[in-house]
Design a protein. Sequence first.
Length: 434
Amino acid sequence: MTIGHPDAVVVGAGVIGSAIALELARAGRQVVVVDKAGAVGHGSTSASSAIIRFNYSAFDSVATAWEAQHLWASWPDHLQLPGRRPLAAFRRTGAVLLDSPSVATSASAALLDRAGVPYERWDGPTLRERLPGIDPGRYWPPKPVDDDAFFADPSGELGALFTPDAGYVDDPQLAAQNLADAAAGLGARFALHHTVVAVDGHAGRVTGIRLADGTRITAPVVVNAAGPWSGGLNRLAGVGDDFTIGVRPLREEVHQVAAPDGRAAGPFPLVADLDLGTYIREAPGGHLLVGGTEPDCDRHEWIDDPDTADPRATPRRFRTQVTRAARRFPAIGVPNRPLGAAGVYDVADDWTPIYDRTALDGYYVAMGTSGNQFKNAPLVGRYLATLIDAVDSGHDHDGDPVQHRCEHTGALVNLGAFSRRRPVRADAARTVMG
């Protein structure tokens, strides 16, 4: 295989890696993207629920999600692809964040105010009116569905925050392919079916990568966007000793059920339900997607090798998550046969990603992204391009974190919030909610 000598190599052709490739190509760099899969977006991207929401526990994360929504809402303009071709689409449904002791409503509202995100405060009667069929009872904390306490009477009634501009992207894999096509149109090359077996360096700087077929690609910049394989790639590069944030692969399942009959006309909003430990969003064909929010009562399925993960939904996880959804919306049925998919997420200790340089000059990471960063992918590409340009120009990002000015919202995002060396905040959500 002939590669040449690109300016940058991106390892990982998911939605994050493809977005990074696009922005590096827009900055005038020659880019090669390498992925062991046979197609763009076939890793954890394909298992994403592709939710677009804004409720996070830190301002820089909220501001990132709000800016990224503007890119999804103007997707053709962001891509600038010539001709007619299939494009992923952003579906604006709104999102309902139900009250929970783990996420203080006042704190969430303050962050939305600061970022300029429109929202409404709903009480219990408003919830019933706006979401017919909902049970607004307070059941905190989440419990195993086999525990008798799961079916106990509620201890009160929930309210919610509603953000009308939230929603989801209808085809996450197609979104990654759109980004890859836009990058390829600017000269980026994609080397699929290729596994990285070594990261080369000399005198403290990365010099390229080697592939399983013996090919060596020399480049002064390598970006690790390998999703659940990112930890293994870091080991090949010999980096990670100065990371204060750990990242591990986590197997997760998302399930599909029929939407209840008689629900209100119009789109069904995303419902983030930390009170019961579940989330729900609409899906094509009159269905709902149901996932979990990693409540403490559930066993987390951490794995050592992402390649060994079973991609099939399991009856136990299906029954757990759909039963919780049915507790909130009693008209939802719980079928006997599971329908859904499993994927492997790349999860940081605090569920906040790492977008940073490393101790090996020229080697950058965009990792810890799975579960809650699909929504931010188009902007993450810009973050990495900004960071790489600054550090390559001599900026001390570790001592003086790079700031990124958002094009649409004007927010100034401190990229140090995504540092490999950050402390885990005491108020971090430590769940997929970030």
